[in-house]
Write a protein that binds this ligand. Structure first.
Ligand SMILES: *Cc1c(COP(=O)(O)O)cnc(C)c1O
Length: 396
């Protein structure tokens, strides 16, 4: 009798998402009746707006229950083209749009479309947890560049230049950032774009949080920084964060036509299409502008209020320092002064105070916490008070 072979390198080398794991643990404790304050959520705490649900229900009722074209239903791809033109003056054709089962999958397709085994991919840290795993699944090699709070968690042109080797194929950018909430300025992105063109790098620009930018700042579309930039840029966005549609699993990728075509072909073998009737909900989100704007404004107002409150409270805690992030729904306070590894800090915080937070090391940046404020004002107030109590205990 022989024992079955060990699992593949893909199976053995992949790290499960630590953010999903901590969020799941906090939810399980809550379900067991424990009084947990969770800052671990990676999704808006609002329901999907009713008009979007209604459109999907109507689609389901009218029999939109079959396979759709691989890159997405035609009206949705056209609506994506229209919204990029309206928001950024970015002129696309539907052939450059691929709708996928989640922006996460869009990112993976983009990486698979341009990376060969052995290629290097530059990933600024702190990074979204899935990028390194996706790069490894493509056989490519993640190269991390630490961008700490002194640099506002942003990659500098000098850092990028130093990280580039003849093997570098792709840079992954995320602005506004998950996990830090950092937002690059147009000038900062332009300097990075210039280097990407000079060194002939592709860029995966993850613009999932483009609509969650505060203080009156406007999002920058990386591809629009120049014709040569556009040729090299794969833009990922979606519906999950903007319209609170995480469970719908819908993302969009736009890229030069040959890249988009490759992504659609990969998708045709890996998943076929994004859920057909869900795409009709997304179509309503793009088409019914007045309703969409109102729904987004309501979420944004709540997020901004919580952002400012949490930021102020964190900086009152001796030993904690926190930048006021300009986007997304995360803050990324520095807790390194306590002399405790962040994983241990989070474990004790959950155990002693029933506060769930994700350690910075999960995102490649030891000594920080990622706190999501996509939760109620009450939970935020209670949770940050508990965090202050916990930190006071550590200081003694
Ligand atoms: C949430 C998120 C995504 C993808 O979201 P989907 O739910 O898969 O559409 C992609 N990138 C970042 C940085 C995110 O936070």
């Amino acid at each position: 009798m022989s024992t079955p072979h060990p699992l593949s390198v893909w199976a053995r080398n992949v790290s499960p998402s630590p953010t999903l794991a901590i969020d799941a643990k906090a939810k399980a404790m809550l379900a067991a009746g424990e009084d947990v304050c969770s800052f671990a959520a990676g999704e808006p705490d609002f329901d999907t707006p009713q008009f979007i649900k209604d459109a999907a229900i109507a689609a389901l009722q009218s029999g939109k229950t079959k396979y759709a074209p691989t890159p997405g239903i035609e009206p949705l791809r056209v609506a994506v083209v229209e919204r990029y033109a309206a928001e950024y003056g970015y002129k696309l054709t539907p052939a450059q749009v691929v709708v996928s089962p989640g922006g996460k999958f869009s990112c993976y397709l983009g990486i698979l479309a341009v990376c060969n085994p052995g290629d290097e991919v530059i990933i600024p840290a702190p990074y979204w947890v899935s990028y390194p795993e996706m790069v490894k699944l493509a056989g490519a090699v993640p190269k991390f560049v630490l961008c700490d709070d002194r640099a506002g968690f942003k990659l500098t042109p000098a850092q990028l230049e130093a990280a580039i080797t003849p093997k570098t194929k792709l840079l992954v950018l995320c602005s506004p950032s998950n996990p830090s909430g950092a937002v690059y300025t147009r000038a900062e992105l332009a300097a990075i774009a210039e280097l990407c063109v000079r060194h002939n790098l592709y860029v995966l620009s993850d613009e999932m949080y483009e609509h969650l930018i505060y203080d009156g700042n406007q999002p920058v579309n990386f591809a629009m920084l120049g014709a040569e930039v556009e040729q090299r840029t794969i833009t990922v966005a979606g519906f999950s964060k903007t319209y609170s549609m995480t469970g719908w699993r819908l993302g969009t990728l736009v890229a030069p036509a040959p890249i988009a075509k490759a992504c659609a072909e990969l998708q045709s073998q890996m998943s076929s299409n994004a859920t057909t009737f869900a795409q009709y909900g997304a179509l309503a989100a793009l088409k019914e502008k007045a309703k969409a704007v109102a729904a987004l404004a309501e979420m944004k107002t709540a997020f901004d209020r919580r952002r400012k409150f949490l930021h102020a409270e964190l900086n009152k805690i001796p030993g904690v320092s926190c930048l006021l992030a300009g986007g997304a729904f995360y803050l990324f306070p520095n807790i390194s002064s306590f002399g405790l590894k962040d994983v241990e800090f989070c474990a004790k915080l959950l155990e002693q105070e029933k506060v769930a937070a994700v350690p910075g090391s999960a995102f490649g940046a030891e000594g920080y916490l990622r706190l999501s404020y996509a939760t109620s004002d009450e939970i935020i107030a209670k949770g940050v008070a508990r965090l202050a109590h916990f930190c006071a205990g550590l200081k003694k």
